[in-house]
Design a protein around this ligand. Structure first.
Ligand code: 5GP
Length: 201
């Protein structure tokens, strides 16, 4: 996407995905503070019920299934998906990209793999980053050490992680979250490099 476009109402998009347990939310919080380019977090809409402590309009826009469907039909979403077969819908509102552009920021999207692939289809220039735990084996060790899941749930999670890893090749960058500071530094470097290329092109 050209710089003309970003100043003319569209913003550069950064997409971050990764399996649960990859440390996504901590990295997002750090990036919002430390990124070399100002980032604006895209607030997703969802039909899932609000969890304790969550605030409408800050964590998500909490919509009823009817409201969500109406907005989907109106074409308000850049992408939306029923995530992890939960029956709940999640989606990125186009208005969030406009908000980022008016704030002179790049939009940071934290979406699942399906959402990311849909974003790539419409915005092939999006900066896509897949966050990995060091390996599925390490992920398994972590889950077993935590001991909160039954064997069946654990196997399902591992299978999801393996499936997501297969799609990770479609992302522009893969970053291993072996060490939080190092991973944040690597992503900040990727963002700086992308900005330099945009300014040069
Ligand atoms: P949670 O319900 O725990 O907040 O989020 C569950 C999952 O929904 C996470 O894997 C997250 O990446 C995904 N998610 C959150 N917002 C969006 C969105 O706007 N679009 C898509 N496709 N997935 C999302």
């Amino acid at each position: 996407m050209s710089t003309e476009e970003s100043s003319g109402g569209r913003s550069q998009i950064v997409v971050l995905s990764g399996p649960s347990g990859s440390g996504k939310s901590t990295i997002v919080q750090r990036l919002l503070r430390e990124s070399p380019v100002r980032l604006s977090m895209s607030i997703s809409a969802t039909t899932r019920p609000r969890r304790e402590g969550e605030v409408d309009g800050r964590d998500y826009y909490f919509l009823t299934p009817g409201e969500f469907e109406e907005r989907r039909k109106r074409g308000d979403f850049l992408e939306c998906a029923e995530v992890h077969k939960t029956g709940y819908w999640y989606g990125t509102l186009r208005s969030e990209l406009h908000r980022a552009a008016t704030e002179n920021c790049w939009a940071l999207l934290e979406v699942d793999v399906e959402g990311a692939l849909n974003v790539i289809r419409d915005y092939p220039d999006a900066l896509t980053i897949f966050l990995e735990t060091p390996s599925v084996e390490v992920y398994e060790q972590r889950l077993r050490a935590r001991g909160t899941e039954s064997e069946e749930v654990l196997q399902r999670r591992l299978q999801t992680a393996r499936n997501e890893l297969e799609l990770a090749d479609r992302y522009r960058y893969r970053v291993v979250n072996d060490d939080l500071d190092r991973a944040v530094e690597e992503i900040c470097g990727i963002i700086a490099q992308t900005e330099a290329k945009l300014n040069a092109g």
